[in-house]
Design a protein around this ligand. Structure first.
Ligand SMILES: [Fe+2]
Length: 281
C-alpha cells in the first residue's frame, strides 16, 4: 500500500492495494491505520456495487440508516444525485429534492446532529459530470493545533449543540413535524480525541448551532471563527471525481462540502455509506 500525503498530516492518496473489496484483514488494518493518521483517504479506481460498498463499509463498523429526508432514506445509503431514484431521469433544478444537494454545499461533518456520532463516511463515485461537482475537505485537527494552550484548555470543557433543523433551514428546507421529532438537537463535546493517535480535533460545521451554556451570539462567534480557520486554503484540498473513485473521510476530524455542477447537462450519482461511532469508541 502506498500513501501519498495530500496536505501535511491531512488527506492521502492511497494506491497499490488492489480492490479494497478484497482486502485481507492485515491489509484492511493498514488502511484503517492510514485513515486514523490522515483523516481523508482518496482511493482511485475502486469500482463497486451497492452490496460490495456495504460489505467494505461494515469493516469500519456498523452502518447508519439514512434519515428520511434523503431520497434513499431508511436504507444504508445516502444518495447524492440529480437522478431520480425511481425513474432514472434527471431531477429538475427547481425540484425540492435538489435542496438536499444545496445543503451539502455548506461545510459540515456528516451526522453530527445524531445522538451517536459518525466515525466516517465512504463515498463511491458511480457516475460523475465531466466538469464541476468536486468535493472539498478541511482539517479540524489543524485548527485545534493552531490555538493557544489556554484556549485549547477552555474549549476542552465545551459542548456544542448540533441541530439539523437549524442547518437545513439556512438553505430553505422545511421539515414535517414527524421529521422534527425524529431529529431533536443533540450535544457533543467540541473537542474530540482520536483514540489511536491522541490527536485532537473539533466537531464543528453546519449542524453546529451554539455552545451549550453560552449566549447564542457568543457561541456563534466562536463557531464561526473556528470554521473560518478550518477552511483557510492551506488547510483544505479539493477532489475532482472520476468514476470508480472512493473516498473515506473521518467525521470526527474533517469537514467537507460539495461544489456545484450543471445538473441539467450532466448526470451524477454518488453513493454514500456512513459508519456509526457506536462500537468504535
Ligand atoms: Fe456530507
Amino acid at each position: 500500500m502506498h500513501c501519498e500525503p495530500i496536505k501535511s498530516q491531512f488527506g492521502a492518496r492511497v494506491t497499490g492495494l488492489g480492490p479494497v473489496i478484497d482486502l485481507t484483514e492485515a491489509e484492511f488494518l493498514e488502511l484503517r491505520h492510514a485513515f486514523e493518521l490522515y483523516s481523508v483517504l482518496v482511493l482511485p479506481d475502486q469500482p463497486m456495487d451497492d452490496n460490495q460498498q456495504i460489505a467494505f463499509s461494515e469493516r469500519f463498523g456498523p452502518l447508519e440508516r439514512t434519515i428520511s429526508s434523503n431520497p434513499a432514506g431508511g436504507t444504508a445509503f445516502a444518495r447524492q444525485s440529480n437522478i431520480d431514484i425511481k425513474t432514472g431521469q434527471a431531477i429538475p433544478p427547481d425540484d425540492h429534492r435538489m435542496m438536499y444537494q444545496k445543503a451539502n454545499m455548506l461545510w459540515h461533518a456528516d451526522s453530527t446532529f445524531k445522538a451517536t456520532q459518525s466515525l466516517c463516511s465512504i463515498l463511491s463515485a458511480r457516475e460523475v459530470p465531466e466538469e464541476g461537482g468536486a468535493t472539498e475537505f478541511a482539517s479540524t485537527c489543524s485548527v485545534y493545533e493552531r490555538l493557544s494552550k489556554s484556549e485549547q484548555a477552555e474549549l476542552g470543557h465545551l459542548e456544542v449543540k448540533h441541530d439539523i433543523i437549524y442547518s437545513r433551514q439556512i438553505v430553505g428546507f422545511e421539515f414535517t413535524q414527524k421529521q422534527r421529532e425524529e431529529m431533536p438537537p443533540v450535544r457533543h463535546p467540541l473537542v474530540q480525541t482520536n483514540p489511536v493517535t491522541g490527536r485532537k480535533s473539533l466537531l464543528i460545521g453546519a449542524h453546529a448551532k451554539c455552545i451549550v451554556g453560552w449566549p447564542f451570539e457568543k457561541g456563534r462567534a466562536l463557531l464561526d471563527r473556528l470554521e473560518s480557520m478550518a477552511i483557510e486554503p492551506d488547510n483544505t484540498f479539493s477532489h475532482s471525481w472520476k468514476t470508480g473513485d472512493l473516498i473515506v473521510w473521518d467525521n470526527r476530524s474533517a469537514l467537507h462540502r460539495a461544489t456545484p455542477y450543471d445538473t441539467v447537462k450532466y448526470r451524477r450519482l454518488m453513493q454514500r455509506t456512513t459508519v456509526s461511532l457506536a462500537v468504535n469508541s
